[in-house]
Ligand binder design. Structure first.
Ligand code: EPZ
Length: 420
């Protein structure tokens, strides 16, 4: 397993370009199954999750070719609706293929998904919604078997605005007979991007970002070209890194209103931030003030995918803060690793109570999931001395060559490759 070796204390200075959003790319890749013509997706990052999703498409008979940063995908010859355990367990978004397989083949057999171990992550909302669309579902031996011969538009009421369930149900509905309305959908920007992509293919989807999404079923979808939106979580990660290490950074390829809540928190903590067009400039010249209180909520609330990073920032901020995690039951697994570095954190009932210390000390720490892992990198960048972050394969799922990008900004970080 690769490791990052970090020597902390350097300021971060320079320019960085943000990749396309992992969580936009993944449902869009699944949606390519819905048409029998070529789809061209631009600015494709080399995240492990994207490679794994492409492997799933290939296993279904889809032609996937990469030309530099473009993916050319043609599902014309897709001839399979079965996804095995060894492919499905590698990522959460394998479950998103249920909707697109049902839309295309009116049947699906998918093994339970994997992904970051940050909670139970049930799929009951996905299945309840598919049943509302007339899908017959059997779950046994770790597989979800769906008969979508009766797929038909319906009203669906989500008990929780689940991102994945919303995306899955949209994809199941676009080729279904009749009209589907999803009430209480997730409002994340990635869902609006999926809506825009599907409509480019000839679908009729509207309402993404509002309290209900309407889908009018169509007979056929067509190929198109699309560039998914920038990754708001990567942009937020770089902003927090600069706030922690000090320095000044110009972050390019961003849509800042996708994370304005973070920008406001960082400004309150003493950072100078300017936004113009698709760029953000941040300057941090002193130890940040604590942000007092933050609770993770569905969009447009504070994103759970930035919880680990903002919590890590509080460990060296001036003062006392509370971070409440409301979406995932075990998203504080990285905290014991921060305690090894001298952080002052106690956890009670899904709230992390943090008293900022003047500095953290380098240590050997282990990534347990994607965002918790990147938070440990941020801690190492500003800690005194050496930090080794182990099991960085978690981080590679959602950040491309992170060590190279941080080195270009002045960080002292190297990847130690495990000898195979
Ligand atoms: C998506 O996961 C993202 N992943 C996650 O990003 C993100 O943290 C999450 O949305 C919330 O924003 C992708 O898009 C690939 P949910 P998803 O369904 O769809 C409960 C990252 O780091 N729930 O919105 O799995 C669930 O347990 C990853 O990039 C049910 O109870 O999230 C959780 O408490 C991590 N039943 C809450 O809803 C269901 O059927 C939010 O989950 C589905 C979800």
């Amino acid at each position: 397993m690769d490791k990052f070796i970090i020597v902390g204390g350097n300021k971060l200075e320079g320019e960085i370009e943000v990749e396309s959003a992992k969580n936009a790319y993944l449902p869009i890749l699944s949606a390519c199954l819905l048409c029998e013509e070529e789809v061209v997706l631009k600015k494709c990052p080399m995240f492990e999750d994207i490679k794994n999703m492409c492997d799933i498409l290939t296993s279904l008979g889809v032609k996937v070719e990469r030309f530099e940063d473009e993916l050319h995908i043609n599902a014309k010859c897709a001839n399979n609706f079965f996804i095995s355990q060894n492919l499905s367990k590698k990522l959460r978004s394998s479950i998103f293929t249920l909707g697109s397989l049902l839309g295309r083949f009116k049947q699906a057999k998918v093994a339970y998904p994997g992904g970051c171990e940050i909670g139970l992550r049930p799929i009951d909302l996905h299945l309840k919604g598919l049943r509302a669309l007339g899908v017959k579902i059997k779950e046994f031996h770790g597989y979800i078997s769906c008969d979508g011969s009766g797929l038909c538009g319906a009203d669906i009421y989500l008990d929780f605005p689940s991102v994945g369930a919303t995306e899955n149900l949209i994809m199941a509905a676009v080729l279904a007979k009749g009209v589907t309305t999803i009430f209480n959908p997730a409002k994340e920007p990635e869902i609006e991007d999926l809506q825009n992509f599907l409509n480019k293919m000839g679908a009729k989807v509207c309402g993404a970002g509002t309290n209900s999404i309407k889908i009018v079923g169509v007979k056929k979808l067509y190929g198109c070209t699309h560039t998914p939106i920038p990754d708001r979580i990567i942009a937020g990660t770089y902003l927090i890194a600069c706030a922690m290490c000090g320095g000044k950074m110009l972050i390019k390829n961003t849509i800042s209103n996708h994370f304005s809540i973070l920008i406001n928190k960082l400004q309150n903590s003493g950072c100078k931030i300017k936004q113009f067009n698709d760029k953000i400039y941040i300057e941090s010249t002193k130890r940040p003030k604590s942000i007092n209180f933050v609770k993770t909520m569905p969009y447009p609330g504070f994103p759970t995918d930035l919880q680990s990073q903002i919590l890590c920032m509080q460990t060296i901020s001036k003062g006392y803060s509370q971070i409440q995690e409301n979406l995932f039951e075990t998203r504080f697994k990285f905290v014991p690793e921060l305690l090894k570095m001298g952080a002052n954190i106690t956890i009670k009932n899904q709230i992390a109570y943090v008293l900022g210390v003047k500095k953290l000390f380098g240590a050997e720490v282990y990534a347990k999931d994607l965002r918790g892992g990147v938070a440990l990198v941020l801690a190492g960048l500003c800690a005194e001395g050496y930090t080794t972050v182990c099991d960085v394969y978690h981080i590679d799922r959602g950040y491309e060559n992170l060590e190279k990008k941080l080195s270009l900004l002045g960080a002292n970080i190297k990847r130690e490759r495990e000898l195979k």
